[in-house]
Design a protein around this ligand. Structure first.
Ligand code: URP
Ligand code: ZN
Ligand code: ZN
Ligand code: ZN
Length: 466
């Protein structure tokens, strides 16, 4: 009998700390040895000339989540995790959305029901708290943290989702007491309403006015306030989808005072701008997301934040609505005003090739920083480490094999999601993750889907140390 199930031979391996040439041996779904001449295996995979990286962890994705009434998210757990695998990811962290009046347990059961048997890669749910009742705060959340759901998300804007400052404090206090991290969508709701009403009165209803309705101070103020609230309860937070320098400065200041404030940015803030919201007719709806893409100076600021550590993680915020579909971006009301265009864009498969090509290949970040931003830090912050997020003996064998010499023009058909467009159409990348393994099994192999739907499992998470 062979010593190992699989050996990935001859590749260049990189972690968040090191880059080295060695073979990777896998047994029973885990990495069993690293080195040369490791012995026999049932199967040897030739990785000469390839990069062997920890599979991506995307800690911000929306799958099978309802939009506003009549609006349907394009990806369910099957298509969303399939697309994730094609993009080099081994684990994704989608949201379980509590509807007001609903218990968190009931919401979670419904989401587990939707995911069961459907996933190609591993998953772990964050809990979106929209109705922090006494029962939710006092009983449900503490029990759910103990069960391995160690992160909550709260919104400072959106109808039916936004919490008041008081409610945010209550949720952050539970985070403080249980060790869970609170993710925050930071935009000032009243300012958005004020600006939206005013724009509509002026007849400014096209998709591009979505950006006008959410200028940088809307995000900066809410970021400042979220940090101040977290300081009041001494809680650990993650500011998600940060788009610009003034918001980054708030985060930097908080860190310099020693506050446990983490931050995330996303591909849309590196390669899209407000100009992508223009276009003929409703085309601009394809780039409607919140916060909106900004300008070239903001892109540069986000690169600086990725390089210097303002951002711990780089996620997709995959939130897909079909374009050519009345239940998606072109929801009938959406044609009447940007106010009704569902917020969110797809990106689960494009995230890693874009960051690699624009970041590593162009010398903006190094390879080890790439691994930290796309896998290791997600695992550490959200309680998956050391099981996931690196290549080391004993870890899950979640691995992406990259061809770094593969000039590719991104087109929607390469992404294998269930949306009908990508906002990144036409972007040239130089590298692509050609194979993805999850717990030692190929899900995508040389660009072909070979995994079994249902191989992806839900992973309970620990409370991460500060
Ligand atoms: O526009 C966005 N980002 N939609 C997804 C939901 C969220 O706010 O994260
Ligand atoms: Zn064997
Ligand atoms: Zn958000
Ligand atoms: Zn999101």
């Amino acid at each position: 009998m062979a010593k190992f199930d699989l050996i990935i031979r001859g590749g260049r391996v990189a972690t968040a700390a090191d880059t080295f040439d060695c073979d990777v041996a896998i047994r029973d779904g885990r990495i069993a040895a690293l080195g040369d001449d490791l012995g026999t295996a049932d199967e040897i995979v030739d990785a000469r000339g390839r990069l062997v990286l920890p599979a991506g962890i995307d800690s911000h994705v929306h799958l099978a989540q309802p939009g506003a009434p009549g609006q349907v998210m394009a990806d369910d757990f099957e298509s969303g995790t399939r697309s994730a695998a094609f993009g080099g990811n081994g684990t994704v962290l989608p949201f379980c959305l509590q509807r007001r009046g609903e218990s968190l347990r009931a919401a979670l059961e419904a989401y587990h029901g939707k995911a069961a048997g459907q996933c190609y890669v591993d998953t772990a749910f964050h809990l979106i708290v929209t109705d922090p009742t006494e029962a939710v705060l006092g009983q449900e959340l503490p029990a759910l943290v103990a069960d391995g759901y160690t992160s909550f998300k709260v919104f400072m804007t959106y109808d039916g989702l936004a919490l008041s400052d008081r409610q945010m404090l209550e949720v952050m206090q539970v985070g403080r007491e249980t060790g869970a991290i609170v993710m925050i969508h930071a935009e000032n709701d009243d300012a958005i309403r004020f600006l939206t009403d005013r724009l509509e009165r002026l007849g400014h209803t096209a998709p591009r006015f979505h950006a006008t309705s959410r200028p940088i101070p809307v995000e900066r103020e809410a970021t400042h306030r979220a940090i101040a609230l977290s300081e009041i309860v001494d809680g650990r937070i993650m500011i998600v989808h940060v788009s610009n320098r003034p918001a980054m400065e708030e985060i930097r200041r908080a860190r310099s005072r020693g506050l446990p404030v983490h931050a995330e940015t996303c591909p849309q803030y590196l390669v899209l701008t407000e100009a992508d919201l223009e276009g003929i007719g409703m085309e601009g709806a394809k780039a409607v997301c919140s916060p909106p893409p900004r300008d070239l100076a903001s892109q540069e600021a986000c690169w600086e934040g990725l390089r210097t550590g303002v951002f711990d993680v780089f996620s997709s915020d995959h939130c897909p609505f079909r374009y050519d579909d009345p239940a998606g971006k072109l929801a009938p009301r959406g044609r009447s005003s940007f106010r009704w265009v569902p917020n969110g864009i797809p990106g689960i498969a494009a995230r890693l090739p874009i960051l690699f090509s624009e970041g590593v290949a162009k010398g903006r970040i190094d390879l080890n920083r790439f691994v930290a931003l796309t896998a290791t830090n997600h695992a550490k912050i959200y309680g998956l480490y050391p099981r996931k997020g690196t290549i080391a003996v004993g870890c899950d064998a979640d691995i992406a094999i990259w061809d770094t010499d593969r000039p590719t023009r991104i087109t929607h058909d390469l992404l294998h999601d269930a949306c009908d467009y990508t906002p990144y159409e036409g972007i040239e990348v130089s590298a692509w993750p050609v194979s993805t393994l999850v717990r030692g099994h190929f899900v995508v192999r040389d660009g072909q889907l070979v995994g079994r739907k249902g191989h992806g499992a839900h992973v309970a998470r620990a409370v991460a140390p500060n």
